[in-house]
Design a protein around this ligand. Sequence first.
Ligand code: PEP
Ligand code: MG
Length: 882
Amino acid sequence: EQWVYSFGGGSADGNTSMKNLLGGKGANLAEMARLGLPVPPGFTITTAVCTAYYDNGETYPGGLDAEVDAALKAVEAETGKSFGDADNPLLVSVRSGARASMPGMMDTVLNLGLSEITVQGLAKKAGERFAYDSYRRFIQMYSNVVLGVKHDVFEHILDDYKERQDYQLDTEMTADDWKEIIVQYKAAVKKQLGKPFPDDPREQLWGAITAVFGSWMNDRAILYRKLNDIPAEWGTAVNVQSMVFGNMGDTSATGVAFTRDPSTGEKTFYGEFLINAQGEDVVAGIRTPAPISRSRADALGSDEAPLEEAMPKVYEELVEVANTLESHYRDMQDIEFTVEDNKLYMLQTRNGKRTAAAALKIAVDMASEGLINEEEAVLRLMPGQLDQLLHPTIAPDAKRDVIVKGLPASPGAAVGKVVFDSDEAAELAEKGEDVILMRVETSPEDIHGMHAARAIVTSRGGMTSHAAVVARGMGRPCVCGAGTLQIDPAKGVFRSGGREFKKGDVVTIDGAEGEVLVGAIDMVQPDLSGDFGKLMEWADRARRLKVRTNAETPADVETAKNFGAEGIGLCRTEHMFFDAERIPVVRSMILAEDKKGREAALSKLLPMQRGDFAEIFRIMEDRPCTIRLLDPPLHEFLPHSEDEMAEVAKSAGVSVDTLKRQANELHESNPMLGHRGCRLGITYPEIYEMQARAIFEAAVQVAKETGYKPVPEVMIPLVATQKELDILKAKVDATAKAVFSETGTELEYLVGTMIELPRACLQAGKIAESAAFFSFGTNDLTQTTLGISRDDAARFLKAYEEQGIYEKDPFVTLDQTGVGELVQMAAERGRKTRPDIKLGICGEHGGDPASVMFCDSLGLDYVSCSPYRVPIARLAAAHAAL
Ligand code: PEP
Ligand code: MG
């Protein structure tokens, strides 16, 4: 097995297809070297070494040393420098590089190879001051990352020294000053660790390699993997690469760029850079960088010279490299570069992270440019990302009271209370509060707070600062580099433009404009035409699975139709009874002592229901509508407070005491498994008869009025046996017959059942004799299969997820190996009895991308989900088919 892969000098052992083995960075460095681009030579130690290292009690596989030695020799030959040499020393960077990008999560060491001897060689080449400044930086970084010495140890030494010399800035330090600092730094390390700072470059190299592999298991990397579904088994690779210096003076620079705008997707060369700086300075967001192109500088109103003017030759070459990379990879690239003494070097390229809006625009544009085809374009947008496009932005005519304006780092709008601390953000969010995380800058330690927050604001850092990159990845609106914002955590206030606000004040963030606004501001729905419409049309062309919606109010049904719902998969009729006017009638129906009392209430409900259904049929036109007969967990409808009791008693014309007794009799210890669903129809058939009548009368009415032919699909919930279905279906059929003969109009209709109990899955073959369709109610099916209550699961499911017992919340993502197997079995048994049986799913899982893919693999006819998830399901269904 080959453990080490070299790159540089126009060739490489690896290539871009080897991401699993070489990590993203290593595979793309190899590919860039092959393309003949200016990549500093180096080598990649594979992810397989990481895995072997952890599998074997943190020891390296045999033969690794020899391969590293050989690869290092090759780098020496390519650069003409040698490692540890006094005259012309080779210095290297050591960086992590996993299969998926994990920005800032793992360790990096720069300037490695500097020692008492080699620093002299560097001084000869780049000047004494530069060499000793680099050396002390290296000591600090290596001691921190590899040896675990805290930064402030070094900061104290430097601050003291500057004070004694009466210096204000680091730039006042001379070479001799740095030499003195180095002596003190080394003494501090020795004091703390009981052994000297390593002066042998080879020892340094192995220390750094081990630290990078070790950082795969640090807390923030583990959390990041969890949030991003990255398995621990993947491991990281380690990239060792010859150093180039962007901080050798004003002819040097470092920067990052995107081949298209990662916020909007616009086809403009987009990026930022810093003169006389090292790579980490840009990403860390400590100095605010300048734009690369003139057009971007104008758009931002920046008065710093863009790279285009500061280094026109380099800019030209960079644009050419960017074009080469984009057409080679056929995707938007995120590149890192360094300029050492006017010479351009490429340090990284990868497919750029982007907002959902940018992903959409780039996919559609690239398809129009002919760079990719329509199916590839569909695959470029992740279904889960769509969420960001479907969510509100600030109303264009809303009054804006701007607290501060920064950079538009990640679009979307959000409202919440301001907090200054990530732990606090996480705690409040846990309690259900909407919070906005406001900080000077963010670091990888803030990930949990950023995730918990609705939006992020920073006062420092550019469009590629940590805050900006991470927020875009998470889909959180973000404003960064809001320079006039002063945050004072000690006093619990923030200020800008002479105004002061308190922690906890409500603000609105407009990520697209880069603004922080006073108060909670009106939002508007996003535009679903244009690129969105085009991509969804391509997705629709590709998919087999149909997508319906779970909706009952006219507004929701309308929204779902606009989002492309092809029918209603679940109309929960009990939800139609929740409004203030109806609930007393429903309560008197539930609390009626006899059939007569119930019928009186039902006769009031009939016209209301008929009106509802007519409205739905009108909106859905010829699309199929599945209407579920009443399935109320009774406790949701019973009066609880004294006030409610009094009110219901009054409207039902009984005493409060009688009512209390009745309510008591109806009390259930486990209402989710209680007098619900078809059990209600079995005991009180008149309820289902009323509903069936309302459905058929409404369908006939709308058919007569409009000429559409509604096909009602009447659905019986919570069925466990064929017999239940037979009894209730007979009532529905009889009601249909009666309505058709009364009105002289006959319509097509179906009667089917929900499958939401394990027994129903087992008996699916029999049940299908009576059911024209099955709709899998995977909420209840999950509850009843796992024996975990839907209402009470939240309290302990988190622990189950954390311990990997269930990888994901099974009420969100279908438990494929348990519940999924029952669904599969029921589908097969149902089809065997009735080959043309219609099969769908209407549990929450119908809008979860992974579950949609699974439903497609079972050959279900449709998924049904809440209106906002309809586009997500359409796209997921397309991904499943492609
Ligand atoms: C289900 O159980 O999956 C379902 C859709 O019904 P409800 O959520 O209304 O119980
Ligand atoms: Mg159910």
